[in-house]
Design a protein around this ligand. Structure first.
Ligand code: SF4
Ligand code: SF4
Length: 363
């Protein structure tokens, strides 16, 4: 817990887990509350995602000194502040360390797989990203407490975690106590489990845990419309709905920052005051920034309308053409953290309605 939110950070002790905290979410709203039990995974997604570790917000790419000695930073340090707010760093690049992620939900597991396809695949893999993924140990957590903005069930990514984990936990608290059903997904997971105090689960415990996860699918706060979303966004290019959403959207880019799959970056060069030292940094960028589409002569997408349309059309449409899946995993972060309470499931619902009305008008 930090700043009234459940965040993702390095764990020094199990006591730092958010035991007994739950989360209420709705469009434009995220509030923690005290639960009656000490559950550690009974909360939906917070503002952070695993993207911040695999694809950091700021990254030093290279340094250049006055004698033109170039030093590639590789997978360099990830400071809390970025290139525009700090002088060139004097720290040496730090070697990467294998990481273990604890409590990865189904939606976020799907997001990690998407990042692997986008950044780690094809002809130009991002070697720094691949280095961070190497040796990754994933302890997944099947979701039993979906939030008000969650819709992973309608995106086919949760609430259970299907594959890709080393260990998967289902947290259970009842008259028998606080315990976890553990499923093993890899040899590494099996080795870790062998070091823990455990016993074989009974068939009743397995059925009970599965039923709890299945019930969570019916308690999602919302769902994506059951329609051909690719066709909807493709055929809605001139829809008046884009103007409507633009009248509410602040083009702040929050939705892209919290999204676990948005991957765009830009590069910035900085020098110190003596001119003896320069650094090149990579930082997250957003398609809501005016200069994101800047080419010769100005920005291609000048209006908020065109920028929101670009974001949603890419997420739910052209992402399939590029990467073979939807770019949205249904985590709901962009809905909770939008200051204007814009909800992409509602926007898609309206686009579907308008398309159906147009079809009816043509009959
Ligand atoms: S949709 Fe919301 S979070 Fe995204 S840019 Fe607009 S106002 Fe910001
Ligand atoms: S678009 Fe919104 S709901 Fe979908 S993955 Fe990104 S943050 Fe989550």
């Amino acid at each position: 817990m930090r700043d009234n939110a459940i965040i993702l950070d390095e764990l020094d002790t199990p006591a730092a887990l958010p035991a007994g905290w739950g989360v209420h979410t709705e469009p434009g709203r995220y509030r923690v509350y005290r639960r009656a039990d000490q559950a550690v995974f009974a909360h939906s997604a917070g503002p952070g995602s695993w993207k911040q570790f695999l694809h950091p917000p700021h990254r030093l790419i290279a340094r250049l000194d006055a004698d033109l000695n170039l030093e590639a930073a590789g997978d360099g340090p990830t400071p809390a502040t970025g290139p525009s707010s700090q002088p060139p760093s004097s720290q040496p690049p730090q070697p990467d360390r294998p990481a273990a992620f604890l409590g990865v939900r189904g939606c976020d597991m799907a997001a990690i797989r998407i990042l692997e396809r986008v950044l780690g695949g094809d002809a130009y893999p991002d070697s720094a990203f691949a280095a961070r993924c190497a040796g990754l140990f994933i302890v997944a957590a099947n979701c039993t407490e979906p939030g008000g903005v969650c819709f992973c069930a309608s995106m086919g990514t949760g609430p259970g975690v299907a594959a890709g984990y080393d260990l998967a936990l289902t947290e259970r608290i009842d008259d028998s106590g606080h315990r976890f059903l553990v499923e093993v997904g890899s040899a590494a997971g099996e080795r870790i489990l062998a070091e823990l105090r455990s016993r074989p689960a009974t068939q009743a415990e397995i059925a009970d845990a599965r039923a709890e996860v299945a019930a969570a699918a019916g308690r999602m706060g919302r769902s994506m419309p059951d329609a051909d979303l690719r066709a909807v966004v493709r055929e809605s290019r001139e829809s008046p709905q884009w103007e409507d959403v633009a009248s509410r959207c602040l083009t702040c880019g929050n939705c892209t920052m919290v999204c676990p799959t948005c991957f765009c970056t830009t590069t910035e060069d900085v020098t110190d005051l003596t001119g003896d030292h320069a650094e090149r940094w990579e930082r997250w960028a957003s398609c809501f920034e005016l200069d994101f589409s800047h080419v010769h002569g100005g920005s291609v997408r000048q209006s908020g309308e065109s920028r929101y349309r670009q974001w949603l059309s890419h997420k739910l449409g052209t992402w399939y053409d590029q990467f073979g899946s939807s770019g949205c995993v249904g985590c709901g972060r962009c809905i909770a953290w939008c200051p204007a309470a814009i909800d992409l499931t509602a926007e898609m619902g309206r686009l579907v309605e308008l398309r159906e009305e147009a079809d009816d008008g043509h009959r």
